[in-house]
Design a protein around this ligand. Structure first.
Ligand code: B12
Length: 212
């Protein structure tokens, strides 16, 4: 559990664009052996959601939001050495953003979370064309494909991609996540046998435990 004081210290540093202070706080948490999932949920996710609220209310500029994203991505990579040496279980996940989706922090953390649980993860990042995703599925034959979609305008693209994957590789297990998907009615995925919506890390932990 990360203290409120630590979170607020990080958030203020992030909003000030104080990269070195953010790095210092994360390095301290790592040195204290704070669980990766706590750093991801209670620092990175929470602070970026707060940045989003401030941006919505015009209390944070677009430049400040971009800067906060850059600092967050840097800080996520500081945590990676805690993940890198996890013993592998032979399973592979492919994690990607849907085409025209630029929010890559959430799926990057999802990719790391799979690695923390022993999976090999292929993380493709933002704005991936469907054809390239399909090609990678054919080449790498992942056990699971994870698709990320935060911007609601891209939801139609997510469903198109899900349709292409299920048409071309009907046995492929697919999970989809992100804030755009959260808002969609549950039963939209009912017709797909192998497609599941995953809301957050608790949900993901459950999914991974069932599929390890
Ligand atoms: C940073 C940011 C950006 C950055 C992204 C930089 C980057 N390198 O990623 C930039 C500047 C590019 C950006 C652009 C835009 N953004 Co923006 N952005 C954000 C912000 C502030 C933070 C995103 C983030 O990192 N969150 C933290 C991560 C950890 O959370 P997460 O992504 O939700 O991930 C969690 C779950 O959703 C889930 N999950 C996510 N993906 C996956 C995938 C799988 C497989 C699984 C299992 C789970 C999973 O697990 C994660 C852990 O719990 C959010 C605010 C917010 N509430 O998130 C707005 C937000 C997402 N953006 C928004 C908008 C509107 C935009 C723009 C349209 C703005 C504009 N007018 O240009 C563009 C759209 C660009 C596009 N086409 O994608 C809206 C989206 C609303 C909606 N649902 O449609 C939000 C919510 C802001 C708001 N309050 O309105 N943005």
């Amino acid at each position: 559990m990360i203290s409120e004081a630590k979170y607020l210290h990080y958030l203020n540093s992030l909003l000030e664009g104080n990269k070195s202070e953010c790095v210092k706080i994360i390095n301290e948490l790592i040195a204290e052996d704070t669980p990766v999932i706590d750093i991801y949920n209670d620092i990175f996710k929470r602070s970026m959601y707060r940045v989003g609220q401030l941006w919505e209310k015009n209390r944070c500029t677009v430049a400040e939001e971009h800067h906060a994203s850059q600092i967050t991505e840097l800080c996520i990579s500081l945590v990676y050495p805690k993940i890198a040496n996890t013993e592998k279980n032979g399973k592979t996940v492919l994690v990607t953003c849907v085409d025209k989706e630029f929010h890559e922090i959430g799926p990057k953390m999802v990719s790391d979370f799979f690695e923390l649980n022993g999976w090999t993860s292929i993380f493709l990042g933002s704005n991936m064309p469907d054809t390239e995703i399909l090609k990678t599925i054919f080449d790498k034959k992942p056990d699971v494909v994870g698709i990320s979609n935060n911007f609601y305008m891209n939801f139609i693209r997510t469903m198109k991609l899900v349709d292409s994957i299920t048409e071309n590789t009907p046995e492929q297990k697919v999970i989809i996540g992100g804030q755009a998907v959260e808002k969609i009615e549950d039963n939209i995925l009912d017709k797909y046998e192998n497609v599941k919506f995953i809301k957050d890390f608790d949900d993901l932990q459950k999914y991974i435990s069932e599929n390890n």
